[in-house]
Design a protein around this ligand. Structure first.
Ligand code: PLP
Length: 373
């Protein structure tokens, strides 16, 4: 967690009131909570009343997707348009709606650079025009970092509600809910150095979607449950910190990224970077090292003090090829030869140099051990 978020959390947990209670302790916490709502609204450029606090980005995605779908169903609209490489927190609630509630899912392809095919989107929107409940397309991809042209998606959508998962882009690149033009956007605290277990759905004013959780009626009855006031207050501090320092940090991380890519290319000429490098997040780099095994490679790098992730999803201890990389046209073998490096402003050029000094040896060892031809 970042320092301002830790400080805010430490202060806030000392206050005992429940923000929904009328007594003075409760009112005092409520005041802090509403101030936090204003800070979040300012950070993402929306109205405070458009911020709905949830526990996780996963929950906010579920609320947006199911809520907008159920709203659509009231008007006989049962089509959901999405992309083939969404995070599971978007893809899985959509699959659930298809399996349990008869939603018809149309998944738009992405190209080799990690961009959603907007021509195909326009064609599908035209085909299903009067039956579409919502479109959900992520702003920035979590595995390859590419940033979609959401303005264009909104233009194609016309009056169809658009949800965008902005968990990866919020605080990392310029992001305005108003300018994006979407109906709903998801953000999550732990991606910007805030606490775990706090997030928000930004939902356009006046839209009364069906809630997923029913109970005490908090958050305009859209998300029942006692407020995690300390978490929310800390989230707001992290958001203000991320937005205030974004430009200089983004610049520094982009420089590190460019150095990392050059270093890898110089040492491993057959390696390639996945996804567009211009329209992308500053801190995510996905690299395929052909004929290696990414798990083995990760462990060898870990032994050198370099932490990264594999390009495959680990679920219940079982490695599966990444659906993101497969959607972009990589083979299964290539996806299990892919690593993802995440860079932050606290990384240094010396760390990149260290990677450069070990990568050739480590890749050669992984190639020899992988058995891949
Ligand atoms: N969406 C994206 C793009 C993510 O990267 C993540 C988390 O990694 C989520 C959603 C889920 O957010 P949370 O961990 O807050 O549930």
């Amino acid at each position: 967690m970042v320092e301002p978020a830790i400080a805010a959390l430490t202060d806030a947990i000392k206050k005992l009131g429940n923000a929904s209670s009328l007594h003075s302790a409760g009112r005092s916490v409520r005041k802090d909570l509403e101030q936090a709502r204003e800070q979040i609204a300012q950070a993402i450029d929306c109205a405070p009343s458009e911020v709905i606090f949830t526990a996780t980005g996963t929950e906010a995605n579920n609320l947006a997707i199911k809520g907008l779908y159920w709203l659509g169903v009231k008007k006989n609209k049962k089509v959901i348009i999405t992309s083939t490489f969404e995070h599971h927190a978007v893809a899985d609630p959509i699959t659930w709606l298809a399996e349990h509630e008869g939603a018809q899912v149309v998944a738009i392809d992405v190209d080799r650079n990690g961009f959603v095919d907007l021509k195909q989107l326009a064609t599908r929107v035209e085909e299903h025009k009067n039956n579409i409940a919502l479109i959900s397309i992520m702003h920035a991809n979590n595995e390859v970092g590419t940033i979609q042209d959401i303005n264009q998606v909104v233009k194609i959508a016309g009056d169809i509600p658009v949800h965008s998962d902005c968990v990866q882009s919020f605080g990392k690149v310029e992001l305005s809910f108003k300018k994006l033009g979407v109906t709903a956007a998801t953000i999550s605290a732990h991606k910007i150095g805030g606490p775990l277990g706090v997030a928000a759905l930004i939902l356009r004013k006046g839209l009364d979607i069906e809630p997923v959780l029913h109970g005490g009626g908090q958050e305009r009855d859209l998300r029942s449950g006692t407020f995690n006031a300390p978490g929310i207050i800390s989230f707001a501090a992290a958001a203000a910190n991320a937005v205030d320092n974004r430009k200089e940090r983004e610049l520094k991380i982009r420089e590190l990224k460019s150095e990392l890519i050059q270093t890898i290319k110089k040492n491993i000429p057959d390696a390639w970077v996945n996804g567009d490098q211009v329209k992308s997040l500053p801190g995510i780099v996905s690299i395929t090292f052909p004929k290696t095994d990414s798990e083995g490679l990760l462990l060898l790098l870990d032994g050198e003090g370099i932490a990264c992730s594999t390009g495959s999803a680990c679920s219940a201890g079982v490695q599966r090829p990444s659906h993101v990389l497969m959607a972009m046209g990589l083979t299964e073998d290539e996806t299990t030869s892919t690593l993802r490096f995440s860079l932050s402003y606290s990384n240094t050029i010396n760390e990149i140099a260290k990677l450069g000094s070990v990568i050739a040896t480590v890749v050669a060892r992984s190639k020899a051990a992988s058995g891949k031809k």
